[in-house]
Design a protein around this ligand. Structure first.
Ligand code: SAH
Ligand code: SF4
Ligand code: F3S
Length: 485
């Protein structure tokens, strides 16, 4: 676990005989100290460790938030459980598509049964889904066993809410409509010792017409460059070799800062950190991916040869209705420019099918882009109607069977280009970061190439976190089998 020493000192110094301080982060340090005392007492009473489990449902940003929640729970004295049958269970939710919401409610129902057999168990629901009032109402009415509900903007107050949940009965609900500040310095427990995400912006200002994110994550806020660099340096000192810079639209980083700093400038500074071997970023919006950024990627071998460039649709008519601010041809020329300037780069994308008013002719356009750009991979999503977004009110919603037919067409095209792109690398030797023991076969480890593809090589857990030279012997569609050279 990586705990910021300064914050650790604040926790040590907290005077629990005085009321909680009003300033941050001192206030959260005080509550963390109090939570530690509660956990210690319960451990002594029950003569066993108290356990926690955090379940993550969303994107990288959501996963990073989970690491913060885990950091606080570990720091309070909980130990991680292998299943959801734990003393403190947290669902960190996503609401970007309807099936994400449904999954959470399904799991929550089962958690209610677990709670019946585990006296004192606490259940918390946080994340994007509970930024929507209707979901909170549903939890309040139909999932009354939930103990704590808190939103995305007040995550930094988790130590305080944790104390309330541990000390009181009944549901604690704290949702804010917007963020009041960015609080640095709280503990974070990384899922992987050797790689980490780092937030560079929070929120989004783009309001793509189908997307709920700007409503649940609020307006875009950039972290100060010094805070980001300091965090990256700390991570590297702690053994991290790969960092992913996270934001809903990384290209607009820094525009809201007192001294503006572009994403390309920030990236250049991050590259200078000694010991940091690989840098990724997610997600750049095609509408403002600058030539500067392409140059910085090209000139810095530390930056991964991978650009995730969400297309969403290849039809100009649909792109306009999606409020994406680029055309099919603009997207294609941007992708071509990236490929020309950055040899060996992989370009991956997100595609939505079945947007209101979409026809087979629009899908033809999307497939045309898939083929002309030759995506290395793509996440294809069936359009999901999100209440409160402009697209949900569009009259010409596409019937479900139509959507899934369109989905199959796009998926087939994507699979063809992706296989072709992977195939051409067979026989090459490339650098790969060993990430984990292969889940299916313990004699192999799984490593990630700079271009984000996976390769399985014979090896053991001692290699994890190491950068290897790997020969790609055999292509299996999206991934490889290889050998260390
Ligand atoms: N900020 C990122 C995406 C965040 S959401 C970007 O601009 O690309 C991740 C992906 O979910 C999106 O790229 C989009 O493809 C998909 N998505 C968002 N809203 C959706 C919806 N209502 N239905 C289906 N897919 C959606
Ligand atoms: Fe959603 Fe568009 Fe913002 Fe991405 S850029 S989070 S798709 S509104
Ligand atoms: Fe991410 Fe889902 Fe929220 S995609 S920002 S966790 S709605």
């Amino acid at each position: 676990m990586s705990i910021n020493n300064q914050f650790q000192d604040l926790v040590q110094q907290a005077d629990l005989n005085s009321p909680a301080p009003e300033t941050e982060p001192e206030r959260q340090a005080w509550f963390l100290a109090r939570a530690r005392r509660i956990v210690q007492n319960r451990r002594a009473q029950q003569d066993r460790a108290l356990t926690f489990r955090v379940e993550t449902f969303g994107c990288q940003m959501n996963a990073r938030d989970s690491e913060k929640i885990v950091g606080i729970l570990e720091s309070a004295g909980f130990t991680e459980a292998a299943s959801e049958d734990a003393d403190f269970l947290v669902y960190n939710t996503c609401t970007v598509r309807d099936n994400a919401d449904q999954r959470v409610f399904g799991r929550l129902g089962r958690a209610g049964h677990l709670k019946k057999n585990r006296p004192g168990m606490k259940i918390a629901v946080c994340g994007c889904m509970v930024q929507e009032r209707t979901n909170v109402e549903k939890i309040r009415k139909s999932y009354r066993f939930v103990d704590l509900v808190f939103g995305t903007h007040n995550l930094y107050r988790f130590p305080e809410y944790l104390c309330s949940a541990l000390e009181s009965e009944g549901m604690v609900i704290e949702i804010w409509d917007r963020a009041d500040r960015i609080v640095e310095a709280l503990p974070v427990a990384r899922k992987y010792p050797f790689k980490s995400g780092t937030n560079i912006t929070f929120g989004c200002n783009n309001f793509c017409s189908y997307c709920i994110v700007p409503y649940v994550r609020g307006r875009e806020r950039s972290r100060a460059p010094m805070e980001i660099l300091r965090e990256c340096q700390r991570l590297v000192a702690d053994g991290v070799v790969e960092i992913m810079l996270l934001g809903q639209n990384v290209n607009s980083y820094g525009k809201d800062l007192e001294t503006p700093c572009s994403f390309a400038q920030l990236l250049t500074e991050v590259c200078k950190i000694e010991g940091l071997q690989r840098i990724r970023f997610m997600t750049p919006h095609p509408k403002d991916l600058s030539d500067d950024l392409i140059r910085v990627v090209r000139d810095n071998p530390k930056i991964a040869r991978h650009i995730h460039l969400p297309l969403q649709s290849g039809s100009d008519r649909i792109l306009q209705r999606m409020n994406r601010h680029y055309t099919k041809e603009q997207y294609i020329s941007l992708a071509q420019k990236i490929r020309e300037q950055i040899p060996d780069v992989s370009i991956t994308t997100d595609i939505i099918v079945g947007f209101p008013g979409e026809t087979d002719a629009d899908i033809d356009d999307t497939i045309d882009v898939v083929r002309r750009v030759g995506f290395d991979n793509a996440f294809t999503f069936i359009y999901s109607k999100r209440a409160g977004t402009p697209a949900a009110k569009m009259p010409d919603q596409v019937p479900e069977e139509e959507k899934s037919r369109m989905f199959d067409r796009v998926l087939k095209a994507v699979q063809e280009t992706a296989h072709g792109r992977a195939e051409r690398l067979t026989g090459r030797t490339m650098e790969a970061l060993a990430e984990e023991v292969n889940v299916r076969d313990g004699r192999y480890i799984t490593a990630r190439l700079s271009n984000n593809m996976l390769v399985h090589v014979p090896g053991d857990a001692s290699l994890i976190g190491k950068m290897l030279q790997v020969r790609l012997d055999e292509c299996r569609g999206f991934y490889f089998f290889g050998t260390i050279v």
